[in-house]
Design a protein around this ligand. Structure first.
Ligand code: GLV
Ligand code: MN
Ligand code: MN
Ligand code: MN
Length: 406
């Protein structure tokens, strides 16, 4: 049990001080949201900040061959380490907390343990995983998928951003892929994350432990038709892929509601993207999630069938490509129950993806969620109070103490 703190100021104040160091990085003045895409300038600034924080604490930093950063506290020879951390990258105009909260909290939790005079028997390692959101290269949790060998390394290397830059080019080297030797040095992973819904507001609790992540995936629907003049092409003569696309968005919404599942088309691209031209091509990306895999794949199949049928009627063509898939993640039940009892915290499932979901297939893994008063995430409105973030740090410190001190 942590008993005292030799650190200056209250934990909420220490949280705020460290948080303010990164708050301006990658912030868009217009939306108030963040543009922290993996391996772009703002995310590189955050990676440099990570190295500086580790330096200040005397924690050696190593980057693996896949772009993930690891800062080690304690003797690496002392045994398998307890890994904690999250990601710096954001979705377009995302919130401040999704990702960085887990990294800032990890450094502060190490401070708490140190100040309490706790000597860990196992090393504690703070991680920053690369491209968790998939906002730049399209595949979420790319860094943790590479580390665990859950994505083909050549496929990952060749993923392109919208400017045509490949992941390997952005990284500056060919990614190394699966690293069982590094993975084998970790005994457990704990990711702290802002909650991305309202469950903790409803429960009136600051912190929860995760039980599961819904299976989810991304599908690219390419609709092609005939580009033509908006003013001179008779309505009956058109082969307009925008119509097939619009129908498909409505079908996805309807099919998801029928199944208590989630379907979102949050990204679209149109060619030639002119007000006075019938498009030649529309691409929409479907994000689909459900409590069970059977429901998820049933939903996507229903949308695909309806879209193909509609394409036949519109004289358009459709191809559908699955771009990523994440199976149901059931976190280690024994570990979740143990941490929930330790913290007196509720246990909750989530529909959001995390590196913890990828690592859970390889290591005993747990997640802590910190209350989000708006319940909003992937938006500038995402927030958390300093008091709740401090409660999250204290909870993480207790968990690290529990797992790293035998
Ligand atoms: C990432 O945050 C996701 O759940 O898509
Ligand atoms: Mn996210
Ligand atoms: Mn996240
Ligand atoms: Mn995520």
């Amino acid at each position: 049990m942590l008993t005292h703190s030799a650190l200056k100021g209250s934990l909420p104040n220490r949280f705020r001080e460290l948080w303010d160091e990164i708050a301006p990085i990658g912030r868009d003045a217009g939306s108030g949201g963040y543009l922290r895409y993996a391996l772009t300038e703002p995310e590189r600034t955050l990676r440099a900040w990570f190295r500086e924080q580790a330096d200040r604490r005397g924690m050696p930093v190593a980057q693996d061959g896949n772009g993930n950063l690891f800062a080690w506290w304690g003797d690496p020879a002392a045994g398998d380490a307890v890994l904690t951390g999250s990601h710096f990258d954001s979705v377009p105009h995302g919130g401040a907390y999704d990702g960085p909260l887990g990294i800032v909290s990890a450094f502060l939790a190490v401070d708490e343990l140190r100040a309490a005079g706790v000597t860990a028997d196992r090393p504690v390692v703070v991680a920053a995983f690369v491209e968790e959101e998939g906002a730049r290269f399209g595949v979420p949790c790319l860094g943790s998928r590479l580390l665990t060998g859950e994505i083909d390394v050549d496929r990952a290397a060749g993923l392109r951003d919208q400017a045509g830059t490949t992941f390997a080019e952005a990284l500056g080297e060919q990614p190394a892929g699966a690293d069982p030797a590094l993975l084998g040095r970790f005994a457990a992973f704990v990711e702290l994350h802002v909650e991305q819904g309202r469950a903790l507001v409803d429960l009136d609790a600051p912190v929860a432990v995760a039980s599961a992540i819904w299976p989810h995936g991304r599908w690219r629907f390419d609709f092609t038709g005939e580009g033509n003049h908006a003013g001179t092409t008779r309505m009956a003569d058109r082969r307009d892929p925008m119509l097939t696309y619009a129908f498909t968005v409505l079908a996805a919404n309807k099919e998801a509601r029928l199944r208590d599942a989630h379907a979102t088309v949050g990204r679209v691209s149109v060619e030639p993207n002119a007000t006075n031209a019938i498009p030649s091509r529309v691409t929409g990306w479907l994000d689909a999630r459900a409590a069970e895999a059977e429901t998820l794949y049933g939903l996507v199949e229903a949308v695909r069938t309806k879209a193909a049928d509609r394409a036949g009627r519109d004289g358009t063509a459709l191809t559908c490509t699955q771009e990523s898939a994440t199976p149901l993640v059931a976190f280690d039940r024994g570990l979740a129950d143990r941490l929930a009892a330790l913290l007196g915290a509720p246990v909750l499932p989530t529909g959001a993806g995390h590196d913890a979901g990828v690592l859970a297939a390889h290591l005993p893994t747990a997640m802590l969620f910190v209350r989000n008063p708006t319940g909003v995430s992937h938006s500038p409105a995402e927030t958390a109070t300093d008091a709740d973030c401090a409660a999250g740090v204290a909870a993480l410190a207790r968990v690290l103490e529990e797992l790293a001190c035998r």
